[in-house]
Design a protein around this ligand. Structure first.
Ligand SMILES: NC(=O)c1ccc[n+]([C@@H]2O[C@H](COP(=O)([O-])OP(=O)(O)OC[C@H]3O[C@@H](n4cnc5c(N)ncnc54)[C@H](OP(=O)(O)O)[C@@H]3O)[C@@H](O)[C@H]2O)c1
Length: 269
């Protein structure tokens, strides 16, 4: 909801997000923080999940100072009970949850010659099991009401394996397939599923990387695109279009060609 003043009267501009209750994970930084601020500005009541309690409390203060509504829900997405409790606190505060944004994620760089099974396990736990725990916390009420929207922040890295990113690519491919299956089951029950595949965005996740990141986007521009996809309840949204086109072309390439091009253009040093 936005306030428009035309001199003598103030009008309320309603939109899809007005009065929606949104649970978002990974809201302490980067994309999650940016989405939380923008969705609150558009009238949504926000439940903010992340481990760093002081950072989400700061985002809550920022939202409230701008006249919006938000509650801090410190939790680790890897813990099923903590996610269920976070969702319960949000419901008690603002009512039934309309939208889940499963955004929390990690993306370490690792050459497979220096393999770490522990790191793979942790990436899968946060990115995939974390998303599943988040979904579990909201699915029963959405199915019972026959409405709601599940949003996954996946990645263009989901499409094919990339150098020094085995765990990350595997986790994002899993996230995309997981939410696609949910879409097939839940669409007919009134619950929409939106899978977002961003390219490179300037956040703490990509900060400090020295390798080339083609079509690297500013956070605000990326947030605006993602909010548009959420509002339109897009089934799948990959951006920026230039990199999405290259990645789709990569899927059609023979393996010898894909390997040659990928090795020569690693996005991670
Ligand atoms: N930036 C990009 O170029 C890019 C591109 C494609 C996709 N993505 C995806 O976008 C999402 C957000 O990334 P970002 O770039 O915004 O990175 P970021 O700034 O590092 O933010 C990651 C967020 O995830 C949270 N998180 C990590 N582990 C968690 C856990 N165990 N429990 C709860 N929250 C956890 C972090 O909060 P705490 O540390 O406080 O818990 C933080 O809020 C990720 O899924 C990422 O894969 C990013």
């Amino acid at each position: 909801m936005r306030l428009h003043s035309n001199g003598s009267s103030t009008q309320l501009a309603l939109n899809y997000l007005t009065n929606k209750v949104v649970l978002i994970t990974g809201a302490s930084s980067g994309i999650g923080r940016g989405l939380a601020l923008e969705l609150a500005r558009r009238g949504a009541s926000m439940g903010l999940v992340a481990r760093r309690a002081e950072l989400i409390a700061e985002v809550v203060r920022e939202i409230e100072a701008a006249g919006g509504k938000a509650v801090a829900l410190p939790a680790d997405v890897q813990e099923m009970e903590s996610m269920a409790a976070a969702a319960e606190t949000l419901r008690a505060r603002f009512g039934p949850i309309d939208i889940l944004i499963a955004n929390a994620g990690i993306g370490p760089t690792r050459d497979a010659a220096d393999f770490s099974a522990r790191e793979v396990s942790s990436v899968i736990n946060v990115n995939v099991i974390g998303a599943s725990n988040s979904v579990a916390a909201v699915i029963p009420e959405m199915v019972a009401r026959g409405s709601g929207q599940l949003v996954a922040i996946s990645s263009l890295a989901a499409y094919r394996g990339l150098p020094r990113s085995a765990a990350y690519c595997a986790s994002k491919a899993a996230v995309s397939a997981f939410f696609e299956s949910l879409r097939l089951d839940l669409g007919p029950r009134g619950v929409a599923v939106t899978i977002i595949h961003p390219g490179f965005i300037k956040t703490p996740l990509t900060q400090g990387r020295e390798a080339q990141m083609p079509f690297l986007m500013e956070l605000d521009a990326a947030v605006a695109k993602m909010v548009g996809a959420i509002e339109k309840r897009r089934k799948r949204y990959s951006f920026p279009w230039q990199l999405a086109t290259i990645v789709r072309a990569g899927m059609l390439m023979p393996i010898w060609m894909y390997d040659q091009i990928s090795r020569a253009n690693s996005f991670r040093e």
